[in-house]
Design a protein around this ligand. Structure first.
Ligand code: PRP
Ligand code: URA
Length: 216
């Protein structure tokens, strides 16, 4: 029996009809690169809106054309968006549309085709990172190896306040990530059935990086 995430306070599984509709369009093998890229960006923005709903605010005084009033603005920690290369890049512009002043870090990982284990090739993060709220993006959470490694690398650089956002997750990867990093809030666009023998998500959407960048 697969794990039940319903009562897990760190896991947020999206049910919004707009997000679900766009994910269905992504899955369709007839969706071309241009539309795919646009959908990933839009889903990034919609999911970012949800993931950032707990940002602290403070009241400031503003003078409207009618009168002075106290009104809320974002306060506290600054943001960093950290895509896992390559595919995570596709979600960044959607989040930056919401938070244009966020800094962007990059973590380069690819899955070894035989072992399915992540191989690191790049890491550049805003410095210092410890005071920032960090949103890690990757459309696919399959075995969870890449996400676990990326978050370990961010923690080794001092990152503390970390959220992870993916468009599609397999139960295996979600469970592994939550066990390895129970302090990290995980935002999932859709929870799929399982992995196949090649560690691809079923039904999934295929290879996210190849579909975003038109490679193969
Ligand atoms: C994909 C995806 C994730 C990883 C998920 O990247 O974007 O990073 O696989 O798999 P996991 O949960 O089993 O680690 P890939 O390794 O294909 O690299 P790419 O984005 O450069 O194509
Ligand atoms: N990476 C992808 O791009 N897709 C999957 O289904 C699994 C890993």
């Amino acid at each position: 029996m697969s794990a039940d995430f319903t009562d897990n306070k760190q896991i947020f599984i999206n049910r919004h009809p707009l997000v679900q509709h766009k994910i269905s369009m992504l899955r369709d093998s007839r969706t071309g690169t241009n539309e795919f890229r646009q959908l990933v960006e839009e889903i990034g923005m919609l999911m970012g809106y949800e993931a950032l709903s707990d940002l602290p605010t403070k009241e400031i005084e503003i003078e409207t054309p009618i009168e002075k009033c106290m009104t809320p603005v974002i306060a506290g920690r600054k943001l960093a968006v950290v895509p896992i290369l390559r595919a995570g890049l596709g979600m960044v512009t959607g989040i930056l549309a919401l938070t244009p002043t966020a800094k962007v870090g990059h973590i380069g990982l690819y899955r070894d085709p035989d072992t399915h284990e992540p191989v690191e090739y790049y890491c550049k993060l805003p410095d210092p990172i410890s005071e920032r709220t960090i949103v890690v993006t990757d459309p696919m959470l399959a075995t969870g190896g890449s996400a676990c490694d990326a978050i370990r690398m961010i923690k080794e650089h001092g990152g503390v306040h970390i959220k992870f956002m993916c468009i599609i997750a397999a139960p295996e990867g979600l469970e592994r990530l939550n066990k390895a990093h129970p302090d990290v809030q995980i935002y999932v666009g859709h929870l799929d059935r399982c992995l196949n023998d090649h560690a691809y998500i079923m039904p999934g959407l295929g290879d996210a990086g190849d579909r975003i960048f038109g490679t193969k």
